[in-house]
Design a binder for this molecule. Sequence first.
Ligand SMILES: [Zn+2]
Length: 532
Amino acid sequence: MDDLAIRGGLVVDGTGAPGREADVFVREERIVAIEREGGRPARRTIDARGHVVAPGFIDIHTHSDFTLPLNPRAEGKIRQGVTTEVVGNCGFSVAPALPGTSALLGDYLGASAPGLPFQDATFAEYLDRFPPVSVNTIMQVGHNTLRLMTVGMERRAATSEELERMSRLLAESLEAGALGLSSGLFTAPGSFAGPDEILALARVLARYGATYASHVRDEANHGFEAVREAIAVADATGIHVQIAHLKLSGTDNWGRAGSLLREIEAARGRGLKIDCDQYPYDTATNPLRNLLPGWAQEGGVSAMLERLAHPAIRERIRHDLARDGLNNFGRIPSWDVVRIAGSPSRPADAGLNFGALARRRGIDPLDAVCDVIVADRGHTRILIRSMAEADVDEITRAPWVLVGSDGNALAPYGVTGQGKPHPRYYGTFARVLGHCVRDRGLLTLPQAVRKMTGGSAAALGLADRGELRPGAWADVTVFDPDTVASLATYDEPHQYAAGISTVIVNGTVVIDGGDHTGALPGRVLRFPRRAA
Ligand SMILES: [Zn+2]
């Protein structure tokens, strides 16, 4: 007898095909049959009439490696229907941490990972120690982490010896089961590496048949060149390249989404293995210090804090920002669009913007920014509204652009429930289905589901997830297409999505009638690679 029958729903199977009414049957960890009015007996029946039955959503770009150990139930993600998270993005990974470096890594990643304990670990040890959680995870090794381990925070090219050590650490991580390498070329120390260093590491990836995901070097005034740099990696090595959270930031670049999309489409048309993902919001989030020019961050957090104390240095930063705009985010209409998401030294300031903060204190906004960075020892996080809604919509409408939240699994309770994080952490997938599909018609439902499931599985090389078919892993999300919605807002972000009734991970029901069962059936999905 089957374990589960999900009866009477509209099956949208993740291939992009139109929905069809059918029953889905699960035995142990797999889907065993999909039949119209199937008479098969099952131990338990889930009534899905009036609901959509889809593959579990794959969040192809996340940083939940920073929070899953703190919230193994993955509340904010699983309640959006997410069953698999790809972590270790933007060049940031929690491993490898060579003996004696966990404090350094904790200092570097702390702004993004408050409360997370850091331990020395090889990548293999990290995977082995990863706790049981509700969602599946796919791990990547971060280039910024590799560089921190080998070159530190120095602003220079790696020596051939250092590059050799990075390559060895990368190879070890791939042999342990990492999907591939991620880069965060927009910020130190990844930004101190030239394209040649990335290309050298990409050749290691090619040898292992592994992949490369890039937060490109710039998402503002040099965004097109940065995307071309990522395309060139695919061109030179033949590996799969994932361009992270595609966007055009900064007022100088608004309105150019169409030509950016055409450029990537042309590369795909030439047969290059390139994908990209997006979160459907006009606002980004980052550590505040990342808005400063790269030279200001050189040498690590302590060196930066010492620098920011000097009025002459602040003057030089002011001059650079006036000329180039903010690092990675470009020119903004005013500091009113940058608001505090989390400030360890002044938690009550979450939600305040720097325009208001500066006016209140009667000082220049950049001084307010530097003062907060110093008070928080570099660990302030901000939200920045730096994109045009029309560009965001245009990227969302592209059926081949995948969905990634760029967010962490959070819960309104406990250590992850603090501050005012980006609402995308709780809302990305529900927002696509509700706001983008139902309310605004930017996409059809099968297109949207494809962008969250089968399309991502194809990009990742996951053969038996992302589509509903007999033999596939039973990762399933059931939602009400009339009520699915993100409830998280910038002012009240810690709110679960609505309309997701059932979520199944590896055949185990985790969300049941909208409630979390407490089950932790997620697995670390390893990609055991051997060098060719
Ligand atoms: Zn990123």
